[in-house]
Design a protein around this ligand. Structure first.
Ligand code: CP
Length: 307
């Protein structure tokens, strides 16, 4: 098994590593089905979350318990750790890494996980750093979901919809998809929420086809995946009317999905706000809750690879 030192950004994952991760996640599913655990009872995972999380924190903690390991945790590190007294992230990491075998870190600042990796004596896993940073483990579980649901990634046509400017899951997934053959990426958003130039430059440098569009309707019948992200109200300040119009323009309801391919899928990293109508949930193409289950498997697999 390949050994990972840290999990910081999506770009670090090569195609062989991604394939190995998927195979390990498949094995984790079989182990879970048998009700088994692995031999990690002497290992401790610290989850250090400076920003709110439901899925990432619970799935990492569940993954560690399912492996037979132990968890120490602070879910509001900005309130309940020595940071409140002015301790730096670096000092906190130097100390916490003495108490555990791996640290899962969510932070409000872009680049925090990388900074942590420079001073940590144990592996750091980036569980999301800042708005517009990265969320590599989410992107890996997204990619695994696409692979499991559709059976292919090469040749994929995917539409990203919503706040692509700050959406760290979209940014990380774009980096990963750029490693595959003949993928086509459609970034669907108004100008002020469009994907940033750093991702566009990366895709251009790697000869990945992409286009920036503002209307989903134009391409909805062509794509294999619609990947929807949150549009946060606070991004619009006092411009409530523009927020309402933007949400309405990109809202996914039963009429929208009636135009999708029969085998296409709708994904969302969750939590959702007003992006997808709840009556879409029962459509077999809505995979966002299955996506969260895959998060457990991918995070079990990642933990085995870093430990
Ligand atoms: N998708 C995701 O990162 O969800 P949480 O913020 O609940 O962890």
């Amino acid at each position: 098994m390949a050994k990972l030192q840290h999990v910081i950004e999506a770009q670090q994952f090569t195609l062989p590593l991604i394939h190995e991760l998927f195979q390990t996640a498949d094995q984790m599913e079989k182990i879970l089905e048998r009700g088994g655990t692995l031999d990690y009872q002497n290992k401790i995972m610290a989850s250090l979350f400076y920003a709110p999380s439901t899925r990432t924190r619970f799935s990492f903690e569940s993954a560690m318990y399912r492996l037979g390991g132990k968890v120490i945790s602070t879910e509001q590190a900005h309130l309940f750790s020595s940071v409140i007294g002015g301790e730096t992230l670096e000092d906190t990491i130097r100390v916490v890494s003495n108490f555990c075998d791996v640290i899962v870190l969510r932070h409000t600042e872009v680049g925090a996980a990388k900074r942590a990796s420079f001073v940590s004596s144990v592996p750091i896993i980036n569980a999301g750093d800042g708005k517009g940073g990265q969320h590599p483990t989410q992107a890996l579980l997204d990619l695994y979901t696409i692979y499991k649901e559709l059976g292919y990634i090469d040749g994929l046509k995917i539409a990203f919809v919503g706040d692509l400017e700050q959406g760290r899951t979209v940014r990380s997934l774009a980096y990963l998809l750029g490693k595959f053959e003949r993928v086509m990426l459609y970034f669907i958003a108004p100008d002020f929420l469009q994907i940033r130039e750093d991702i566009q430059d990366y895709l251009t440098r790697h000869n990945v086809w992409f286009t920036l569009e503002s209307e989903l309707n134009k391409i909805i019948s062509e794509v294999d995946v619609i990947y929807v992200t949150r549009i946060e109200r606070e991004r619009f300040g006092d411009k409530a009317d523009i927020y309402e119009e933007t949400v309405k323009n990109y809202f996914i309801d039963r009429e929208t999905i009636s135009k999708m391919k029969e085998k296409a899928i709708i994904m969302h990293p969750l939590p959702r706000l007003n992006e997808i109508s709840p009556d879409v949930d029962s459509d077999p193409r809505a995979v966002y809750f299955r996506q969260t289950k895959n998060g457990l498997l991918i995070r079990m697999a990642l933990l085995t690879m870093v430990l």
